[in-house]
Each structure stands twice: as C-alpha cells, then as structure tokens.
Design a protein around this ligand. Structure first.
Ligand SMILES: C[S@@+](CC[C@H](N)C(=O)[O-])C[C@H]1O[C@@H](n2cnc3c(N)ncnc32)[C@H](O)[C@@H]1O
Length: 260
C-alpha cells in the first residue's frame, strides 16, 4: 500500500481527503502521460476544439498574460493559450510536474506533443508555427493555485484540476472561485472537467482525490460569478483508462463584477 493509499484508507473514518492532505510532489508523471497524452485521444481533440474556439474569439496575442491553473505535465493547453496570450504562466504545485515542464521548455519538447500542436494550429492559425515558438511564451511557476493574486490575468485556463485534487465539494467550489478571480473582471475563462469522477487511480499504485461533478453543479458554482457561461458535455472516450468518469465537461465564461 502506498502513502496515498494509506490516506485513502482514512476515509473509512468518514474523513475526506483535502488538497493539503496530498503529496503533489509525487505525481506519477510518466504513468499519467502514458495513460492520457502520448497520443491525441478523441476527447483531447474535442477539448482542443472547444478551447480553440474560445481563443479564436479572443484574437491573436490580445491577452498580455494568461494562466494555466494546475498545469501538470500537459502541454496542449499551454499551446492553445499561446495563440491568444503573449505570456502564459503554467502554475503547478507538484515538483515532478514542474521538473517535467521545465525540461520541455529548456531542452525541447517530446515529439509526442507535436500532433497536439498541429491540431491546435489547424484549428487556430494564431498558434505559433512551431511547438517551440508556442512554448517560448510559457513561464513555469512552481506555486499553489490558491495563492494566485486576484485580477492578475486576462485569460485563465484550467483542465482536470478543481475536481481532481480534493474530495471536498466546498474546497472544489473554492478552487473554482479562485480560478474565476484570477482574471480581471471581463477576463476570459476556459476549462475542462472530468464528469462524475470519484477518487481515482493513476497507474497501478497511486490513488488521488476526486469530486464527482456534473454540468448542473458547474452552472451552480460558476453562475453567480460569471457572464456568458456555457457548459458542454463530451461523451466518454473508450480509448482512455476507466477513471470511473462518465465523460468530460467543457466550460467557457467571462468573469463578472467588480475588482477582485
Ligand atoms: C489531474 S492533474 C491535471 C493536470 C493537467 N492540468 C492536465 O490537463 O492533465 C491535477 C494537477 O493539479 C496539481 N495541483 C494539485 N493541487 C494543486 C494546488 N493547490 N496548486 C497547484 N497545482 C495543484 C497536481 O499536481 C496535478 O498536476
């Protein structure tokens, strides 16, 4: 039993696992990449199509700074944002993910990301012509997303984070509110969530906290803080591992209201 499985076992006492209970430094980067991102799965193509449409509407380079909340080792959201933003901050708490991202930027990206870049550029010609040029706009920030100062960014993107880093619905909602507040009022938001995913495994050995969310819950959490909220489902993709989810949900919105 791993450290994290020990924690999960604590749930028998009625305890839920919260974000601070987890050692994010130990995220299994290689297994996660192997399960999710070594090829463009149909669900990736659907998320890329959704986010590309949002970035196309923003226009090339119109945003000074964008943020990727909980970037993990996933490069395609950074490539998508590079079409709309002159700088993209990839904020990530886990040391192994940060090391992976820094290696991709410093020593060149792995070739498995090239088909993702090609699809991003096909759907939005404002994506820089090479993967390297797109990533040149990215800065890796080793930090906790809960510490991102409000009103910092013009565009915020979050993929599979708020619902995949806690079992506590209150904490899930707080992470979503922090995500909304990270942009200025009128700033753009784009996100993807696993639908109905409970606590999940990556590879054979590690267990991570999840919060099963549905489109109606996302409308409830984001609605009071946003305008132009749009939530769309992506059907379950049989080429992905079974994380206990029923599909994915994509979201776009604009932050409402006054100063952060
Ligand atoms: C399910 S993974 C998603 C990774 C990536 N966004 C993707 O699209 O595949 C969740 C990520 O959130 C990161 N994370 C968890 N809690 C965090 C926090 N408080 N601040 C920043 N990153 C966090 C984890 O280290 C992990 O990389």
């Amino acid at each position: 039993m791993t450290h994290r499985e020990d924690r999960r076992a604590g749930r028998a006492d009625g305890r839920v696992t919260r974000n601070d209970d987890v050692d994010w430094d130990g995220w299994p980067v290689e297994e996660y990449l192997a399960e999710n991102y070594r090829e463009v799965h149909p669900c990736d193509a659907a998320v890329i199509a959704h986010h590309s449409a949002v970035c196309r509407r923003i226009g090339p380079g119109r945003v000074g700074r964008a943020v990727e909340f909980g970037a993990g080792p996933n490069l395609y959201p950074l490539v998508l944002a590079s079409a709309a933003a002159r700088r993209v901050d990839a904020v990530e708490a886990g040391a192994a993910n940060v090391a992976y991202l820094r290696r991709q930027l410093a020593h060149g990206p792995e070739d498995s990301w090239r088909p993702f870049h090609a699809l991003c550029r096909e759907l939005n010609p404002a994506v820089p012509p090479s993967l390297e040029e797109a990533l040149a706009r990215v800065r890796v920030v080793h930090a906790d997303v809960r510490r991102v100062p409000p009103g910092t960014y013009g565009l915020a993107s979050m993929n599979f984070v708020a619902e995949g880093v806690t079992e506590d619905f209150g904490e899930f909602a707080a992470l979503c509110r922090g995500f909304v507040r990270s942009v200025v009022p009128g700033g753009r938001l784009v996100a993807a969530f696993m639908e109905n995913m409970p606590t999940y495994r990556v590879g054979r050995a590690t267990v991570w906290p999840g919060c099963p969310v549905r489109p109606a819950l996302l409308v409830e959490v984001f609605g009071p803080h946003t305008r132009h909220l749009a939530v769309t489902r992506i059907a379950a993709d049989p080429t992905l591992p079974d994380y206990g989810h029923t599909g994915m949900v994509c979201l776009s919105a604009v932050r409402a209201g006054g100063p952060g």
